[in-house]
Design a protein around this ligand. Sequence first.
Ligand SMILES: C[S@@+](CC[C@H](N)C(=O)[O-])C[C@H]1O[C@@H](n2cnc3c(N)ncnc32)[C@H](O)[C@@H]1O
Length: 296
Amino acid sequence: MPQETTPSKYLEPVIDGLKMRDSQDYAKDKLRILRAYVYRFTTSMRNKLWRSLHYIDLQAGPGKNQFRPSESVDLGSPLIALTTKYPFSRHYFVEKGDDEFNALYTRITASQLTRNTTLLHGDCNQLVDQIVQEISAVDSAYIQGKWPSLNLAFLDPEGLELEWATVEKLAKINRMDLIINFSTSGFTRNAEQMLNSEHTTKLDSFFGTLEWKDQYRQVVGQDATKIRRVMLNFYQDRLKQLGYVYNYERDILPDEKAFRNQKGAQVYTLMFASKHELGIQFWNDAIQEVSQPKLF
Ligand SMILES: C[S@@+](CC[C@H](N)C(=O)[O-])C[C@H]1O[C@@H](n2cnc3c(N)ncnc32)[C@H](O)[C@@H]1O
């Protein structure tokens, strides 16, 4: 049964006096796509025999965004998950920033689903262990593998702070769909300098291997579009090695959405990974829905 949510300024897309994330208008589609996917995911899976549906948001933010230059306000990713029509059974939110965490805490406490929510304060690359352990315990409580949970993780870093080891840990859970914000501008900003570093760099941790350097060396100096494509493909190939579906021959590929800033420069690419083709279909539908021109 869908739950009625009590109207609350903390859960509505309005100014409520708490910290909001300063975002740019171009980021609105990222949240629209998330909303469209979450809706499909929870609606179509709610009557299926999943033990439980989990939403995981490792860089949750404060819960609301104020966009510029429009000045409009909208819900951030954790509140999108909390207010969707057919709720998840459990939510896991992680936020490192103190002010963001405090604002998110107050907002989610206003939700009737707060008891189904775990809010963690700190570095997601460490706290992911706790989340994975909890979900794995749920999955192995009865006949292992027979009645699993279904999971969606939204991984939305500002730059390169999502470590590959974290993605790998999440992928150990059998039914784990991933929506990943790949910071192409973060890559571009750092690649040159980190290529020849003798120390472990953020890019080494981001890709989880030094092989990114070989990939990059093959295209360095070529145009930016080509470089981005090679690095995105490399990341997707690594996801494929974790059991995610990227079947080039059969054309089973999740769509991507590239985001550009006001100056037209590419900032990030939203990508998706699922171990099941149905997830890819939902994702591609969600992207298409958001990309349709709006009719007035
Ligand atoms: C792009 S914002 C997330 C926005 C949010 N997903 C939304 O759409 O409303 C990234 C957030 O991750 C937080 N953050 C940065 N590094 C982190 C880390 N290692 N662990 C957890 N949170 C982190 C930042 O403080 C910031 O609030």
